[in-house]
Write a protein that binds this ligand. Sequence first.
Ligand code: PRP
Ligand code: URA
Length: 209
Amino acid sequence: MSFQNLNVVDHPVVQTKLTELRDYTADHRKFRALLDEIASLMVYEVTRDWPTTPRPVQTPLERTTGRVLARRVTLVPILRAGLGMAEGVLRMLPDARRGHLGVYRDEKTLEPVSYYQKLPPDIAATEVLLIDPMLATGGSAIAAVEFLKKAQVHSIRFVCLVAAPEGITAFHRHHPEIPIFCAAVDRQLNDKGYILPGLGDAGDRIFGT
Ligand code: PRP
Ligand code: URA
């Protein structure tokens, strides 16, 4: 299976942690710690081609010119499960602003239900990382991107952990220009919309619900 505009972070350390995370015996403490670590590691790949700008710096010995990120960054976790990746990303990008989009999917229809939106006022001028560990049917991520586009955001990257082929296809049918970064593309969805083999319900495993 090959997809356009999809980046799979197949780094051995990420894959090792993802395998530990999938294990059903990982309790919420271990699950949270692994998700946090993977989120940090993924930042390197997700931001690899971001533009930089020169900045003068005085070292203890002389003046030189370094490089820093050219644009400000906004991190937008999709509630709830996206919160499980937020601190890990912020550790690498501590100057990032943070917005929140609350979306859950109806258990019966699997349709996304938006219930909360709070974005920084200057978000349109920033690089936005939209994060959520799971891309299943794609409904939640599609709805979140639609909201970001209404807020005039032009530069969005969607960062998840596990993506289903169905979700990738649906997401790119709606938003073909938005790159997806994930750590794995799994086999398929089951009849309840869960990813197989997946890792179960990410929100429940993070929060112990
Ligand atoms: C999960 C997950 C995604 C969504 C993915 O959230 O965190 O947001 O499902 O499914 P989709 O691609 O089919 O929309 P959930 O609805 O369980 O809410 P929660 O994070 O509050 O638990
Ligand atoms: N949401 C989850 O948390 N897990 C899945 O497998 C699908 C949607």
